[in-house]
Write a protein that binds this ligand. Structure first.
Ligand code: CA
Ligand code: CA
Ligand code: CA
Length: 678
């Protein structure tokens, strides 16, 4: 009887979830470490049809055909501690004396120096890329290797996510060297009936057949010839091909490609480029070659890598151009190449070492979150923002009506059901892609599955359902709840004004520290369910209608670092995302006015009235702040930018006396101020 009920309940729940998934996707909020806010439906509009994001993805880390240098392998660390290696190809601190036989990581992923077949890594990545809205992973087989073992691990991770009703990316292979033979290997390994690594649910189909990229002419007469839909491998120095799918471009703006039917199809977006390819990324990083384009490049200037590398200026120029082309595909390069072989340089100095593709934080092009170069998860969040601009996004789901919760059954009718991934507490125990290291991570404990929020006049209630029985309360980092009460990342710790730790202790972030608040929080736990009852009065009387963000975590290891949410315990939602709890449908207006105030509050201008000049100070440093002075007739009389600075002096000598409006613009934020010139 109990079992029958359980089966019915499961069946009914999955039916409801399927329906609600079709009707409305789950929309996450977030602000990155630079203060850039993920755009929502109010700025990017509803989901658009026929917009597909392809991402270049790599499986070769630690593979025997791309062997990592044995003793030292992190180029950023080697060149920081032993810069003498750069003019000494046989130096011991290369970790190997022979050039052309070892591969180096340009830096360290948040998953460390991993091996391509590490399931723990692939599962984490598939969660990030599912949340990002990436549709297609283009697997790099350009070196004539299909990395079949690693690809199967990746597809196992995709299958695990699909089994939860989510929509993970699918795969296609990109071949070029020995294209015909490599396409044959892909067909034999993955696609043909009885293939050893057969995952048809993971295939990306175009025009009704699995997509493959390569030199189509080489498929002629092969047994796989009619199996695939083909697109052409397209190198940046080759003339534009019909059906070309470019993995990078060495011209700005990038070229736009058409398919064989003459329809506009695809454009490439990349993080950095090496148009001076004879010298590669390594010579730009280490030997003064100035003709390559690093992460900081914009407006034709190399920028200032010592401060600009984390901001993604070059990447953003590409995105802005690509989105405006309105192509059905955008090809993004890339997620996780990480390694490059060391070769003898061809720059005329035989003491130099050459790295063609990746060399340093500035001259690399990986988006995957990293521990190196202060890049953190900025490029991931920037990619998520731009995918939203390209594809649109659903509106925020609204909370169901006021409900008083007195027991677990009261939660049955409360919506929405916010969903986390399950299985994301998977332990890690896998050899590294470098050195004799085994990576382990056993911090996964309680596995969040479904979260809910309810409210009545007196209380806010928070519900969490986990995949298995909730562990006994172990103290501070057990089943934590974070609340950003004003949806503003510049107030509180990383935006959060409140948190509940240890199941019953409410804290407020005040003057740079978490401080306990009086008030009684009730905590009910039963099996795999738990809920908290928090008096509204304890939360500083949250705005009504409700409009806040929240996040659960369990077993964080470093509660000062948001990157912890990517790797340890469980976070719901994952990464640097929040769920949105909103009890009315006028969130658009609320957010816009909050954002308006947010930027305006951070800007001070003096003196006002002014003579000849004004000084403008900013509470925060902005990566992309533009300032426009307009006269009473609406004419722009001065336009400047104030990127990366906390104050700026603006000369107004020679301007007519009178009132001027000053318009500030940074990403999604705008503000307006008025000054009088005397
Ligand atoms: Ca989970
Ligand atoms: Ca806040
Ligand atoms: Ca999670």
């Amino acid at each position: 009887m109990k079992n029958e009920l359980k089966i019915c309940a499961l069946f009914c729940l999955s039916a409801i979830l399927t329906l609600s998934h079709v009707a409305h996707g789950q929309v996450l909020a977030g602000t990155d470490d630079l203060g850039r806010i993920l755009p929502q439906n109010n700025t990017v509009g509803d989901p658009k049809s026929n917009k597909t994001v392809a991402l270049f993805y790599f499986l070769w880390q630690g593979n025997s055909t791309s062997p990592t240098s044995q003793t030292y392998w992190d180029l950023t660390k080697i060149t920081a501690t032993h810069p003498e290696v750069l003019n000494d190809p046989g130096n011991q601190y290369w970790g190997t004396t022979a050039q052309s036989s070892a591969y180096y990581f340009w830096g360290e992923s948040i998953y460390n120096y991993y091996k391509g077949e590490d399931y723990w890594v692939q599962l984490k990545n598939m969660q990030l890329l599912t949340d990002a809205g990436v549709d297609l992973l283009v697997l790099d087989a350009t070196n004539a290797i299909d990395y079949n073992i690693q690809a199967e691990v990746l597809m196992d991770a995709m299958d695990a996510i699909r089994a939860q009703g989510k929509n993970p990316p699918k795969i296609a292979f990109y071949t070029n060297s020995s294209s015909g033979a490599t396409m044959q290997a892909c067909y034999n390994d993955f696609y043909k009936s009885g293939a050893p690594y057969y995952h048809p649910n993971c295939w990306y189909n175009l025009d009704g057949k699995p997509l493959i990229i390569g030199l189509t002419a080489e498929s002629a007469g092969k047994d796989y010839q009619n199996f695939f839909t083909y697109r052409e491998s397209q190198w940046p120095f080759e003339a534009k091909k019909a059906n070309g799918w470019p993995w990078i471009e060495f011209v700005r703006p990038p070229r736009v490609y058409y398919n064989a039917s003459g329809q506009k199809e695809i454009v490439n977006v990349s993080v950095a480029q090496h148009p001076n390819c004879g010298y590669g990324m390594g010579n730009a990083a280490f030997y003064g070659c100035t003709n390559n384009w690093g992460r900081s490049l914009r407006n034709g200037s190399p920028g200032n890598p010592s401060t600009d590398t984390p901001y993604g200026y070059n990447f953003q120029e590409h995105w802005d151009f690509a989105i405006a082309q309105n192509t059905p595909f955008i090809f993004v390069t890339g997620w996780n190449e990480w390694i490059a072989g060391r070769w003898p340089s061809n720059d005329g100095n035989n003491q130099h070492s050459l790295f063609v593709d990746l060399a340093s934080p500035e001259f690399s092009r990986d988006i995957e979150p990293t521990l190196t170069g202060n890049l953190k998860d900025n490029y991931y969040m920037q990619m998520v923002s731009n995918i939203r601009k390209y594809k649109g996004i659903d509106t925020t789901q609204i909370l169901s009506g006021s409900t008083t919760i007195t027991n677990f059954t009261d939660w049955a009718t409360v919506t929405p059901a916010y969903k986390d991934y399950t299985g994301d507490i998977q332990a890690r125990n896998h050899p590294a892609g470098a050195g004799n290291i085994i990576y382990t991570n056993t911090t996964g404990r309680n596995d969040f599955d479904t979260l809910k929020v309810a409210r009545d006049a007196n209380n806010i209630y928070f519900y969490a359902k986990t995949a298995a029985t909730i562990t006994a309360n172990s103290g501070s980092n057990w089943m934590r709840l974070y609340i950003d009460k004003d949806r503003n990342a510049t107030t509180g710790w990383k935006g959060y004004e409140y948190r509940v730790i240890g199941g019953n202790t409410l804290q407020q972030y005040t003057s740079g520290a978490w401080v306990g608040l009086p008030g009684s929080i009730t905590n009910n736990v039963s099996g795999n369910q738990m809920y908290l009852t928090i008096p509204r009065s304890s939360l500083g009387n949250l705005a009504n209608p409700l409009n806040f963000e929240f996040k659960w975590s369990d077993n964080m290891q470093d509660d000062t670092d948001p990157l912890d949410w990517y790797v340890n315990g469980d976070a719901a939602p994952g990464a640097r995302f929040n769920f949105i709890a909103s009890s009315n449908n006028s969130t658009m207006t609320n957010i816009s006015s909050a954002q308006e105030n947010k930027l305006a509050d951070q800007i001070k201008i003096f003196p006002n009235p002014a003579h000849e000049k004004v000084e403008i100070t900013f509470a925060n440093v902005f990566s992309d702040l533009s300032i426009k002075f307009m006269d009473v007739n609406g004419n722009t009389v001065k336009e400047i930018s104030a990127n990366g600075v906390k104050n700026i002096t603006v000369e107004l000598r020679g301007f007519a006396k009178g009132t001027y409006s000053i318009q500030f613009h940074s990403g999604e934020l705008t503000a307006s101020k008025t000054i009088v010139l005397q």
